[in-house]
Write a protein that binds this ligand. Structure first.
Ligand code: LIP
Length: 264
């Protein structure tokens, strides 16, 4: 795919991800009227998730009809297209439904297993995290810079957990982090926690098992700021998920040691 067509998508999708976030914010301000359903243990979906995803899919179809779409709530459309949008309409759904601010809209664009575009919009802080492979990454238009820390004891690590995760592995990851002077956050949105690594807010991020729509956008950002991530799309990561590991440049070995301590 020609780079200018990817750049066109990057520019158009920055507008779309913000529009989608502002649409979601309308639902967020009327939670009492929101219909929700339980998808599984600690896993909910609401009409907000579905309606925001429909809006994103409709707008992408109008602008880029040749592209495929893979959404958390609607699954695959045109999965054999050259370019594929991977979308989580509301990452941090549990937070969203409880009226907590740490949620976002996450969009990634993948071509031949390369994550070309990563976009995350967090409406409650009005923060747009954006990355275009080979062209850097920005937060509200300003370049993002990862942490320069060299030790886990110098900052915060995002550690995600859900019933998809191994309890034992997650406990071992926590133990390794604490034994090395680290502290953790779990804000309930993997997309945001990975974006925070790119932004220099977190030293790294780990979750034992996560879906592609939760993390591909953030992975693009971390890589574009000189950070490191595991090869999330290896094997069948796009469809079946994988562990996710992201690190600031000089924290890579520490995060790999945490990953090994967790049993990977
Ligand atoms: C969530 C992730 C979270 C993870 C949960 C869940 P959702 O995404 O962002 O970090 O621990 O498994 O997948 O369900 O809110 O889109």
């Amino acid at each position: 795919m020609l780079d200018q067509s990817i750049n066109h998508r990057f520019q158009a999708a920055q507008v779309l991800v913000r529009d989608a976030g502002l649409y979601a914010l309308q639902w967020f301000r009327n939670l009492e009227s929101l219909h929700t359903e339980k998808k599984g243990p600690q896993d909910w979906v609401s009409e907000a998730d579905r309606e925001v995803e429909k809006m994103i899919q409709k707008r992408l179809k109008l602008m880029f009809p040749e592209d495929g779409f893979f959404g958390e709530e609607s699954g695959f459309q045109q999965k054999d297209s050259e370019g594929l949008w991977v979308v989580d309409p509301i990452d941090g759904t549990s937070c969203f439904l409880k009226g907590l601010p740490s949620w976002c809209v996450s969009m990634a664009y993948v071509v031949e297993k390369e994550i070309e575009i990563g976009l995350i919009y967090a409406p409650c802080t009005d923060e747009l995290f954006a990355a275009h492979r080979g062209n850097g990454a920005t937060l509200n238009g300003r370049p993002m810079r990862p942490s320069k820390a060299t030790l886990l004891s110098e900052g915060i690590v995002g550690l995600g957990y859900s019933p998809k995760s191994s309890i034992e592995a997650t406990q071992k990851a926590f133990a390794y982090l604490f034994e090395n002077g680290g502290v953790y956050h779990d804000i309930g949105s993997a997309a945001l926690m990975i974006a925070y690594v790119a932004a220099g807010r977190y030293l790294g991020c780990y979750e034992y098992q996560i879906n592609s729509w939760d993390c591909l956008a953030g992975i693009c950002m971390v890589r574009e700021t000189g950070g490191w991530t595991n090869d999330f799309l290896a094997k069948d990561g796009l469809h079946s998920g994988n562990p996710v590991l992201a690190a600031a440049p000089d924290i890579k070995e520490s995060m790999l040691n945490l990953f090994r301590a967790a049993g990977h």
